[in-house]
Design a protein around this ligand. Structure first.
Ligand code: ZN
Length: 303
């Protein structure tokens, strides 16, 4: 791969001249590549590469980091593969990633499949860099994704208390406007960072004109905000293309899509990340280093 990976920027062992070369990517706009490694749904039966145990999650994140991911979006599982919000499990994976992937941004999911109500924020005291927050309810393939107003306020408050930056997961158009309102009310911090999610059955379909509208509205209402987009299943790659072209940040990973293409399963999270990293050049972009990603998202430098 011809782009500096996250690791290149922290590789103390590289000779000085190599390091300069790696630190001087083409004059292009960095793209933060998020890897969503596990999620709540996919199981080994769907793709044996889905990381479930703590060791598997750390190893899979590390390979994705080497391939160019600077942000990991994290759900954790029980040993029987069922989703959980168990803070102990989050703590173990967080420690492993911090040790093996220096500088990588760690984002916990507060998604609804891994617990109910207040449980969903029960690990925020661990102080990850970021956590996901959905600013409304919508239908999922076989359930209602419940995010009532009082739960949103509670999760936002926990994030404020523990200096965790929210990533707003917008599964539907109204969620964008609710995030803007909450930022104006001081419930959410500025600048906002929004992930537009496309292709969840029964929620927003993957439509480029909708993404363009959302991005235009976000720029109009919150010019300092940053944004990313994710496509679920077969929409993953096309949304990556749109996002690179429109100047946003990309998400990939087995949580959203267990396949590489119509003919085969993805070999790993790293394979999906490497594909996005390689695509960056086509749009005059490069994969953001962890330092660049932290600066773009106004996060604290890595410890
Ligand atoms: Zn997730």
């Amino acid at each position: 791969m011809g782009f500096p990976s996250c690791r290149s920027h922290v590789d103390e062992g590289a000779p000085a001249d190599t390091k300069v070369q790696l630190l001087s990517p083409p004059m292009s706009t960095p793209c933060i590549i998020t890897v969503a490694i596990t999620g709540s749904l996919p199981r080994k039966e769907n793709n044996p590469a889905v990381p479930i145990s703590v060791a598997e999650q750390v190893e899979s994140t590390h390979a994705a980091y080497e391939a160019g991911a600077s942000l990991v979006h994290l759900h954790v599982r029980n040993d029987d593969q069922t989703p959980t919000s168990n803070p102990q499990r989050f703590a173990e994976v967080q420690a492993g990633i911090a040790r093996h992937c220096p500088g990588m941004i760690i984002q916990f999911s507060t998604g609804g499949r891994s617990g109910n109500g207040l449980e969903r924020g029960g690990m925020l005291h661990l102080g990850p860099d970021m956590a996901s927050l959905t600013t409304g309810s919508c239908n999922f393939p076989a359930m209602v994704y419940m995010n009532p107003p009082d739960l949103i306020l509670h999760l936002a408050e926990q994030m404020r208390n523990h200096a965790v930056k929210p990533e707003i997961e917008a599964f539907d158009l109204s969620m964008l406007y609710q995030a803007v309102r909450l930022a104006e009310e001081g419930v959410l911090p500025n600048p906002l960072h929004i992930q537009f999610v496309f292709g969840v059955k029964n929620a927003m379909p993957a439509l480029r004109n909708v993404l363009e509208f959302q991005v235009a509205e976000l720029k109009r209402l919150k010019p300092d905000a940053t944004w990313a987009a994710a496509g679920i299943g077969r929409h993953q790659l096309e949304v990556n293309h749109w996002t690179l072209e429109l100047g946003g940040h990309c998400r990939t990973g087995l949580e959203d899509n267990v396949r590489y293409d119509a003919t085969r399963l993805a070999a790993s999270n790293a394979e999906l990340v490497a594909r996005v990293a390689d695509l960056c050049g086509k749009y005059d972009r490069h994969p953001a280093s962890c330092e660049e990603a932290r600066a773009l998202l106004r996060l604290r430098p890595a410890a």
